[in-house]
Write a protein that binds this ligand. Structure first.
Ligand code: GDP
Ligand code: IMO
Ligand code: MG
Length: 430
């Protein structure tokens, strides 16, 4: 009865969707556990490119049952539009294929407006959120003022609470932020429409996952965001408002740790970040542009959700070791190794220096990242195109050394190496 976790080891966009899609071949249930439509997971299947925000990437395999866990915050507008766009791509999602936790929290139009207003008010200290209402929705959840999706089971009964929520938000928007309030009448109308569309999918997903595990089925948890965006363990306050880590997976699914088999940390072969906050190995200029790509390929480093150019830099082994510690990774999966081909210079960050003192660990946690000077080591680069290589021995020696260097530095095996977005562009190692 194994539970496998796919966890972002960096600042998100590591290729979790792509790796989930691979592992989902052998999974019975694929579940998201935290975050909302701030996530953007691109998965390439043949000539089709799917950009998923809420529905687990496992939906692209006919045999899976997909779950949106209780740790998530869900915007019904995005959810319905994703269901519709999957349907027009030939994937009709009946309730037999998708269960949504009735304990997940609703993202309302008020949360979207508040996300924008709060970012505006932060001025030059803005966080660079995705603007999807994530922070305000989790704020209301922890303040015990949130609205759970269970409201859709009987919208009439929950209407007064919903209206009160909108009223309160409007007072805040108008008086504190000096912004127009939202149109309550139309929000209420949509509340009923959304309820009737989403109600058939609502379920006790904790029970569903537990039953599946007890029956010996394989459950795959698809992380969103990444460890360094974790509310507790990320580069606070430049984080998201949820827990994209192993602990968050258990919490957001409602299962204990006894079922866990693999905890797979997904890392790119380099480092990226979208939004504000510290980034010790960040590059500027030509090298950054080279890692980012010009935008002509779907995999170039521009946000799947917001289209913003991602900041790019060298792979940071200090942070990768930190992520391995926070999550208890049992292995790593390395993506985008192909992007490094043909670079004249290739560097790895092996340690930090702070006040003249070097350290290979992040002592003091991510809040000290601003003060860290990365110690970079040049490693041998390679010319060869990797995109059609499917075996370990087929990789150029310098690429094997690069991978080996990461493994020995983090103390974990890299069992999957991705060399392109397509399903078969993968080197599997036993
Ligand atoms: P996620 O949010 O972690 O699922 O990652 P994203 O989907 O936001 O970003 C990863 C991007 O890289 C997607 O466009 C993937 O199709 C693409 N991708 C994943 N693995 C590889 C790889 O090994 N090589 C290349 N070139 N692209 C990849
Ligand atoms: P996936 O699942 C990359 C970042 C935002 C911002 C910060 C807070 O595709 O890896 P939020 O809207 O969550 O309040 O924004 O978190 N962020 C992501 N960055 N990938 C993501 O998801 C992200 N989700 C949120 O850019 O810096
Ligand atoms: Mg992404």
């Amino acid at each position: 009865m194994p539970l496998d976790l796919v966890i972002g080891a960096q600042w998100g966009d590591e290729g979790k969707g792509r790796i989930t899609d691979l592992l989902a071949r052998k999974a019975d249930v694929v579940a998201r556990f935290s975050g909302g439509d701030n996530a953007g997971h691109s998965v390439t299947v043949g000539d089709q490119l799917f950009r998923l925000h809420l529905i687990p990437s496992g939906i692209l395999h006919d045999h899976t049952h997909c779950v949106l866990g209780s740790g998530m915050v869900l915007n019904p507008v995005s959810l319905i539009s994703e269901l519709d766009s999957l349907s027009s791509a030939g994937i009709d999602i009946e309730p037999e294929r998708l269960s949504i936790s009735s304990n997940a929290h609703l993202i309302t139009p008020a949360h979207l407006a508040l996300d924008g207003a709060e970012e505006n008010a932060r001025g030059s200290s803005k966080l660079g959120t995705t603007g999807r209402g994530i922070g305000p929705a989790y704020t209301h959840k922890t303040a015990r003022r949130g609205i759970r999706l269970e409201a859709f089971l009987d919208p009439e009964e929950h209407l007064a609470k919903y209206q009160q929520h909108l009223d309160q938000a409007n007072r805040l928007l108008e008086t504190v932020y000096g912004q127009p309030g939202i149109d309550i009448e139309s929000a209420v109308l949509h509340f009923h429409e959304h309820a009737s569309r989403i109600k058939p999918y609502l379920a006790d997903t904790g029970h569903l996952i537990d039953s599946a595990l007890r029956q010996g089925k394989r459950v795959l948890a698809e992380g969103a965001q990444g460890t360094l965006l974790d509310l507790d363990h990320g580069s606070y306050p430049f984080v998201t408002s949820s827990h994209p880590t192993t602990a968050g997976a258990l919490l957001g699914l409602g299962v204990g740790p006894q079922y866990i088999d693999r905890i797979i940390g997904i890392t790119k072969a380099f480092q990226t970040r979208v939004g504000e906050g510290p980034f010790p190995t960040e590059l500027q200029g030509e090298l950054a542009d080279r890692l980012r790509g010009s935008g002509e390929h779907p995999w170039d480093e521009f946000g799947t959700t917001t289209g913003r150019p991602r900041r790019c830099g060298w792979l940071d082994l200090v942070l990768l070791r930190y992520a391995a510690r926070i999550n208890g990774f049992t292995e790593l999966a390395l993506t985008k190794l192909d992007i490094l081909s043909g670079l004249e210079t290739l560097m790895l960050c092996t340690a930090y220096e702070r006040g003249g003192v070097p350290s290979i660990d992040l002592v003091g946690g991510p809040s000290t990242l601003d003060e860290m000077v990365p110690i970079l080591e040049a490693v041998e680069a390679w010319e060869d195109d990797l995109s059609e290589i499917s075996t370990w021995n087929g990789l150029p020696e310098a690429a094997r050394i690069y991978v080996g260097r990461i493994e020995s530095s983090v103390g974990l095996p890299i069992r999957m190496i991705s060399v392109g977005p397509e399903r078969d562009q993968l080197i599997a190692r036993t």
